[in-house]
Design a protein around this ligand. Sequence first.
Ligand code: AMP
Length: 172
Amino acid sequence: MPAWTDLLRDIPDFPKPGILFKDITPVLADAEAFAGAIAAMAEPWRGVALDAVVGIEARGFILGAALARELDVGFVPVRKPGKLPGHTLSLEYGLEYGRDRLEIHADAMPAGARVIVIDDVLATGGTLKAGVQLVEQQGAVVVGTGVLVELGFLHARDAWEHVAPLHAAAVY
Ligand code: AMP
């Protein structure tokens, strides 16, 4: 049986030249690999008191929702602008080129809810960090963060001080 990491696929020059894209779709497509990946993401949070898993659009939804079921808690989406129908809180953050924005329902969780924030890949860390800040603005407590894959050579951890603990199921 191949390890789930064997099914991660590198796609060079996607979505633009110079980016080595970590494609998780072959992992998702294989039942055992998907289960193994979710088990690896769940491992540090088993036995930790949690109320919800927060996932960042879009691949953070796939992994976050599966992780929420694995940990037997609810799932809360953090979305791109204009997608959530209710009253939202919004946070603008810097990307490598330009800026982007994430939104959460203002009433998504009760104040003090204990959550972890999930995305698929940690590159510069800007997206996950913005997700953490938005969830904290909403009033929930970020117990930790998790990704399936950390691009260690981008050294996002070097600037990760004072952000919630970070768990990566695999580091490249
Ligand atoms: P970051 O630079 O950590 O804010 O990453 C931005 C977003 O783009 C994250 O949600 C990642 O899922 C995605 N991303 C960035 N770099 C890659 C990559 N090399 N492979 C796959 N996804 C990536």
